[in-house]
Design a protein around this ligand. Sequence first.
Ligand SMILES: [Zn+2]
Length: 132
Amino acid sequence: MSKKTTTTVARSVTVLARYELKQDYTDSNGKLYKAGWVILWVENDRGERYHVTLRANGDSCSCASRKCCYHVKAARATEDARTARQQQEVAKVERAQQTLARQLATAPALAGTEALIARSSLTSNHGFSLYR
Ligand SMILES: [Zn+2]
């Protein structure tokens, strides 16, 4: 009995640069680039470099492959991890804000502070002094 073994060598892909389009752009060849696209400049383990374009309606790569290549898969994974990190950061900030709001709501009111503020004038003929 022979078992066919397929060895899949994981190719490494390094992201060299990330561009996120903020507005639509048409290049000198008339090619339209849409706002929201993310373009990653990637390099594989052989030093070959490609542009991977990530779009909501389908990703593409500048390499010769006609189907979904490992550049696109690696770029998509990198971008998804980045999005997840950002969402975690946002959630962390929101939790901190909620904690602070709760602490402020339950903090004991400073007795007489408002009356003291109402009595004190912001402008006077006197120079600054700790004592009145
Ligand atoms: Zn590719």
